[in-house]
Design a protein around this ligand. Structure first.
Ligand code: FAD
Length: 399
């Protein structure tokens, strides 16, 4: 395993750090306070060509590897979790899913426009009765000649009111359970499609989150992604990429907590010295740094497997679980280090604290990640489809 980054990966990371510091950091706090999705910021990201960065150049992306993509995702989330959600949804959940499952025509039509921001995508899996139990889709797709008619409701959909295209999962044959689900690329201007913003969120306040309503939306059969009945596999493969970007983003949040807390701890004085010289404050900082480094290695290992095109559901789940927990712990400690000032949005750690919670809810809750990991360890169900031996090779060697 090579622990060195290439000059290109370092350059991409620096480019993103400079961009986020210059364009997003000055407005992140105000947008959060006003619960405003900032289209001007989004347009700057589109213009930089950051969206869809791991998409091959022939489809309009930057063709970068997953290590660079992870490092860039970290940098986005170091400053703003809401911006990272836009970046992740468009790149991981939508563009990379179309790259994997789309036919040539779909890829040529959609990917360049998703990469330059002309199109905005959203991923519509969750329903009022289908969150963790994603196979329990109630949205129906009824075949009608060369079209399908979609009816149902999706909840908690990131980018739902701003999307031009939605990946909608719907069941064609409820008797088949999850094997009856198909995925459709739906133009959100279609008759019968509407979206309503969800207000009053704990965090991600400058991210667009919506309920989608589909009332007999007619979708041509050419807009099916994958074959009929492939929908659940499409959804899960999208989550393998989505969870990766959540994990990298979570490490970014931890890094943001470290950067803010170390700065503050050397400025704020109590009992005649900077609070950073008190051992209990140092312990909180040390825990953040240890978790940050460990989390980074976990998501980079998943990135390494993705680069080799090796199935990585287990490694991605491990990264998502660990990094989500690490982000919550770090944000909790960062607020503590700031004392009373951590309780106010004068400093970003208050926003980090609220934004961290969603990291162990969306794209498979903390409990669902534990289920995947434990079932694999117990030999009940191989997360990667077959035993990989990757997790146990040292144990095997010493036996
Ligand atoms: C801000 C935000 C943005 C989101 N964006 C999107 C999006 O873009 N697209 C999309 O499709 N969805 C999105 N979601 C939805 C998200 O993925 C779901 O909320 C999540 O999967 C959990 O589903 P649920 O809310 O129905 O909770 P439930 O499934 O009802 O779970 C409730 C609790 O029970 C636990 N639980 C459930 N089943 C088990 C089990 N078998 N074992 C142990 N514990 C269990 C859960 O871990 C959780 O703690 C978003 C959510 C939020 C909050």
């Amino acid at each position: 395993m090579d622990f060195d980054f290439t000059p290109e990966q370092i350059a991409y990371r620096k480019h993103m750090r400079d961009f986020m510091e210059r364009e997003v950091a000055p407005v992140a706090q105000m947008n959060d306070r006003e619960c405003k999705f900032d289209m001007e910021v989004a347009k700057k990201i589109f213009k930089e060509g950051f969206l869809g960065c791991p998409v091959p150049e022939k489809y309009g992306g930057l063709g970068m590897d997953y290590i660079a993509y992870g490092l860039m995702t970290e940098e986005v989330n170091r400053v703003c979790s809401s911006t990272r959600t836009l970046f992740s949804v468009q790149t991981s959940l939508v563009a990379l899913t179309i790259l994997k499952w789309g036919n040539e025509e779909q890829k040529k039509e959609l990917l360049p426009k998703l990469c330059n921001g002309e199109y905005i995508g959203c991923y519509g899996l969750t329903e009022p009765e289908a969150g963790s139990d994603a196979g329990n889709q109630q949205t129906r797709a009824v075949k009608d000649g060369n079209d399908y008619i979609l009816t149902g409701q999706k909840v908690w959909i990131s980018c739902g009111t701003i999307a031009s295209h939605a990946l909608i999962f719907a069941t064609v044959d409820p008797k088949l359970g999850h094997k009856g689900i198909s995925c459709f690329i739906v133009d959100t201007k279609s008759k019968g499609f509407s979206a309503a913003a969800i207000k009053g969120k704990l965090g991600l306040r400058s991210s667009d989150t919506a309920t989608l309503y589909l009332d007999q939306v007619r979708v041509p059969k050419e807009n099916m992604l994958g074959a009929e009945g492939d929908g659940f596999k499409v959804a899960m493969s999208a989550l393998d990429n989505g969870r990766f970007s959540v994990a990298a983003g979570a490490v970014g949040l931890v890094q943001g907590c470290i950067d803010e807390s170390t700065k503050y701890a050397m400025q704020r004085k109590t009992f005649g010295k900077p609070i950073g010289e008190h051992q209990q404050v140092q312990a909180m900082i040390a825990d953040m740094v240890a978790d940050c480094e460990a989390g980074r290695l976990l998501y980079l290992r998943a990135a390494h497997l993705k680069n080799k095109n090796v199935r990585n559901t287990l490694e991605t789940s491990l990264a998502k679980l660990f990094c989500g927990e690490a982000a919550n712990k770090a944000a909790h400690n960062a607020v503590q280090i700031f004392g009373g000032y951590g309780f106010s949005d004068e400093y970003p750690v208050e926003r980090f604290f609220r934004d961290a919670k969603v990291l162990n809810i969306y794209e498979g809750t903390r409990e669902i990640q534990r289920l995947i990991i434990a079932q694999d360890a117990l030999g009940i169900r191989n997360a990667n489809g077959a035993p990989t031996g990757r997790m146990t090779e040292l144990a095997g060697a010493s036996a």
